[in-house]
Design a protein around this ligand. Sequence first.
Ligand code: PEP
Ligand code: MG
Length: 291
Amino acid sequence: ERTALQELKGKDNVTTDGRRINLYANIGNVSDVDKVLDSDAGGIGLFRSEFIYLGREDYPTEEEQFVIYKEVLSRMQGKKVIIRTLDIGADKQVDYFKLPHEENPAMGYRAIRICLDRPEVFKTQLRAIYRASAFGTAAIMFPMIISVKEIRKIKEIVEEVKTELTKEGISFNRVELGIMVETPAAAVISDALAKEVEFFSIGTNDLTQYTLAIDRQNQNLDNFYDSHHEAILRLIKMTVENGHKEGIWVGICGELASDTTLTRTFVDMGVDELSVSPTYVLSVRKAVRDI
Ligand code: PEP
Ligand code: MG
């Protein structure tokens, strides 16, 4: 079966009746790019940039980050790379951020909340990404969004960064801006959010956690953590429909994207992109081609 999958390299992700979807891969580190290239994914649908911040003594500088993003973009040779801005807090703790102790970190000070609260940290990352954008096709997405207000604030900060870079004579490419839909709030108001961004990427790991009120880390609850729950499927469907009404594309980058028992459901819903671990790219391609 492995060799049969290998023969799908270079083939389209297209159903027998001609519906095409984008099949991208998720990465956490530069070294994962080898696996992405080998998997024949069409791009990187989720670069979990927080791995750059983990396991260090101090903040990564703009230059350090620039070098990493540039390498990923260059090695992808023009294929799209969607960089998710810093998503720490909750399960990913970093000492030098000196985050306050929390009783309920999954619902606490994390991700975009930290970035909006500490704009200097956020701007350093955005500058690094924009500088690197000159070397490929970069997109940025923001995690844990719950409101239109957050997106407007983010866009202001992005504009400041672009203005600064322009003043400094540093060139950058156009960068597509999107959000993760991984809170029930974002899914429910996706009609309004779709007017503000260029794409949605649904994070089913957190969407399941927050919708079902089940800690994704608690192994005692594994039997209850059901990403096939009707509530999750309805939220996904609604998000796709609301995105399409505003003419933006909608993908899924949580683990559910690689669940081939749902590939047909996602294609029927109109999902435009699935982003999966590089290991699953060819099995999802097969599932699409079998439809
Ligand atoms: C998700 O929540 O589905 C997701 C893709 O992000 P992470 O797993 O990094 O929280
Ligand atoms: Mg998440």
